[in-house]
Every structure is written in C-alpha cells, then in structure tokens.
Write a protein that binds this ligand. Structure first.
Ligand SMILES: NC(=O)c1ccc[n+]([C@@H]2O[C@H](COP(=O)([O-])OP(=O)(O)OC[C@H]3O[C@@H](n4cnc5c(N)ncnc54)[C@H](O)[C@@H]3O)[C@@H](O)[C@H]2O)c1
Length: 275
C-alpha cells in the first residue's frame, strides 16, 4: 500500500552526486517508491552506470546525466532534457560535495596556517557555488512553471560546529605528520545553512520549499579502525551512521509529509551536535 502522506510516486527528482555513496542510496530509495529520478554525476560513463546502478539502469524511471555542478551550461543542458522527457522537476537533492579524507596527503591536510588557497577555492566552488547554481537553475524552472517543489541541501556537522581535531591524532603516530581536518569543508558547508534560509524565504510564497539535511559520519569498510573508534566516542548514539539511514529523512523532505517545513535544518547526526 502506498502511504499518500509520504508518497514520492511520479515526482521528478534530481539527485546531484548521485553515483556517490549516499547519493546512490537516495536514488535507489526514491526510485523504489515510484519517483522519476534524474541522476547527475560529474562523470557518467557506461562503466559507472553498470557498476552503481546495474539493477535499475534500464528502468524508464531513471535517467543519467554527466554534469559538473560548477558548470552552468552542463546544468541547463541536463535540465532541458529532463523537462523535455518528464517535465519540470518537483525535487532537487543537492548532495554532490567534496571533502578531505584522513588519507589525504599532508599538502592538503596540514596546519591551517599553510592551507592552500586553491584547495579552499575548489571546495567552496563545488560545495557552495555548485549548490547555488543547481538551486538557481532548478528553482527558476519550478517558479516559471508555477509548480511547487522541494529542494534539499546536504549539510554536515562540520558545517555546524568545528571538527574535533583529536579524532585524527592517530595519523601522527603513523606518519609523524598530523592530519588537520581542513577549514575549507567546514566553511563551505556552513554557508549552506543561510543559503537555504535565503532561498526558503525568497520562494516561500511560490511553494518552493528549501531545507537543509545535516549528516554526521558514515561508516565505511576502508576507514581506519582507530578513526572509527575515536569518532564513535564522540557520538551520543554510540555508533557511526549506516549509508541507508538518511533515506527516511530524504523521503520525508521530498514528500508532502514535510509540506509546512521550509528554511529548516533537519539534523540526523546521532546526537553529535547535542553536546
Ligand atoms: N559520508 C559522510 O560521512 C558524510 C557526512 C556528512 C555529510 N556528508 C555529505 O553528504 C554528501 C554525499 O557524501 P558521500 O559520502 O556520498 O560522498 P561521495 O564522495 O561518495 O559522493 C559525492 C559525489 O559527488 C560527486 N561530485 C563531486 N564534485 C562534483 C561536481 N563538481 N559536480 C558533480 N558531482 C560532483 C562525486 O563524483 C561523488 O560521486 C556530501 O555533500 C557530503 O559532504 C557526507
């Protein structure tokens, strides 16, 4: 039985970074609930589609696009095609993003005093400017069509509070060089919150809702067990997230269950920001 309150059936939803760890989860969950899902990835070859979406690649309810979200012409080309084939989007999940993992070389994970300007610019370009461009282009089309819509910007605990640098102290034991979680990701992600509020108030009477979904760290097999232990110690709920555990919030935000919510920050962080 379809639950009409949480239904996303027949909604046209765009997921940026849709081939990534979490984006692929959102794509699959929304597709399984009858949404028409446009998967945007920075690259989108046959190999990638087969690897990530072999099970649903031939569905008429999923389409794949190679789109760098920092390039407005690539965005508009994809949106033109989506509109021609399906119609104006109902939803956008601004999920694409870049971060610096603990495995990063010291040149991009060293002290703040030496953090390279070009890396800072690159992270802001993707995580903030890319989110702006996608939102601008998709929101404009929703408004033009007089269609209500839901836009979700993916935030992070590290855009709400500062990273806890002690979590990464084990790296110095191995390499002699400390890993400093860089400023760029935090600064760019923090910008997402007021960008969200701005758009929410700007488009409020057009019924285009804009919200942030804030996540904390997801467990992955390739993470150092010392990282997982240190990170977990900081989480009230006592474990890292599983990749599928944000799907419920995505369905909620894309459906009419969240019809009266805009400009808000939905926090699913295992309690990280609660203390
Ligand atoms: N995984 C976590 O622990 C975690 C925690 C908090 C927040 N987040 C956020 O969730 C989102 C997804 O994270 P993930 O773990 O799935 O990361 P991921 O690296 O697996 O996926 C991100 C995707 O974005 C794509 N991308 C990067 N730059 C792009 C560009 N310029 N244009 C188009 N696509 C681009 C990448 O190709 C990749 O497929 C990110 O915004 C991230 O900051 C993740």
């Amino acid at each position: 039985m379809q639950d009409s309150l949480f239904s996303v059936k027949d909604k046209i939803i765009i997921v940026t970074g849709g081939f990534g760890q979490l984006g692929a989860q959102y794509v699959r969950e929304l597709h399984s609930r009858g949404a028409l899902v446009a998967v945007l990835g920075s690259t989108c070859g046959e190999d990638k589609i087969n690897k990530v979406f072999n099970d649903i690649r031939d569905s008429k309810n999923v389409r794949f696009y190679g789109v760098n979200i920092t390039k407005v012409d690539e965005i508009t080309n994809a949106l033109d095609d989506i509109e021609n084939v399906w119609g104006t989007p109902d939803g956008l999940i601004n999920n694409a993003g870049i971060d610096t993992q603990p495995s990063a070389p010291p040149e991009v994970s060293g002290p703040f005093e030496n953090f390279p300007e070009e890396v800072f610019r690159e992270v802001v370009e993707v995580n903030l400017v890319g989110t702006f461009l996608m939102t601008q282009q998709v929101g404009a089309r929703m408004k033009q069509a007089g269609k209500s819509g839901s836009i979700v910007n993916i935030g992070s605990i590290y855009g709400v509070v500062s990273p806890v640098q002690d979590i990464y102290s084990y790296k110095k034991e191995d390499t002699g060089v400390p890993f400093i979680k860089p400023v760029a990701y935090s600064a760019a992600k923090s910008g997402v919150y007021n960008f969200t509020r701005y758009c929410a108030t700007y488009w409020g009477r057009d019924n285009i809702r804009v919200n942030t979904l804030t996540l904390s760290g997801v467990q992955r097999a390739d993470q150092d067990p010392r990282f997982q232990k240190n990170y977990t110690a900081r989480i009230p709920i006592g474990r890292m997230a599983q990749a599928n555990e944000f799907n419920g919030a995505i369905v909620f935000l894309m459906s009419d269950a969240s019809i009266y919510m805009t400009g808000a920050n939905v926090v699913m962080d295992g309690g990280w920001t609660a203390w």
